[in-house]
Ligand binder design. Sequence first.
Ligand SMILES: [Zn+2]
Length: 316
Amino acid sequence: MLDKIYPWQTGDYDYLLKLKQRLPHALLIDGAKGLGGINIANAFIQSLLCENPDLDGSYCEICSSCCLYSINSHPDYYCLNLEEDEKSITISSVRKMTEFLAVSTHLGHHKVVLVEDANLLNINSSNALLKILEEPPSYALFILLSDNVGKLLPTIVSRCQKYKLSVPDTNVAKAYLTDKNIANSEFWLTYNNNCPLFNVEITEEQFDLLIKVLSKPSVDKIYSFTNSIENKNNAIIFEFIIKWLSDLISYKLTGILKYFLNYEDTFIDLAAKENIIKTFYLQDKLNFLLEWASHSLNHKLQMENILFQYQQVFVK
Ligand SMILES: [Zn+2]
């Protein structure tokens, strides 16, 4: 029955099912990447459209609505998402969705629109969506998913009832990862803020080289690392370094590590030599570059440049 959701989502699912008694017109589900927001949204939507739900409100899996939903052909369901070759959800996509809502329901009481990644709305499509949220047809229900609510138009957020997905207990997350065959899975779980659905996008060799550079930067180590990444998009590595720098700052100021718990000895050494102003500066710079990482003309050169600046953090 509950094969659509993950073990850590049963509480969230129960909460959403209870909402069925007093449905808002718009629900904003706020959840970090790696929690499975789309899974719970799908289970909830299927429950809303189901013709013969269980006593707890969950979907039955066998009615015609459930069958149509499972094959992505339910006439009362619309997913507003990126169209091919687009980088954001456009106003024309929102208009198509409006046409879907213009006709009343086919099977049940609701027409459901899922905005799969609300952060992909641009300013124009946000405003177009806002207009519909302000005066929705009585049968319309909007579900917006976002991993960064702060980036949404505040007027959209204020039109929605908000629900924040729960982050799993460490033991539940570890249990889920046990049969996934991921090297260093405990490290990556902490690194991903306990959100268990992550991909490890650097090889073990690159990981080791990068930790060596960051632990004791030298010209040789910088070159052997940048040679190992070839000329790939730097975003993943930038994110890694940003988290490392944030631990450097946190360790220097509070003695607490958030991501690199197993490297405390290294952080003791580094914090003693670290110039914290330079660390803040480099972290800011990386956060800025992260947005543009895929546009760099020469990724290797850009990475070398960053690592040499990192080396300077420890120079008196
Ligand atoms: Zn059903």
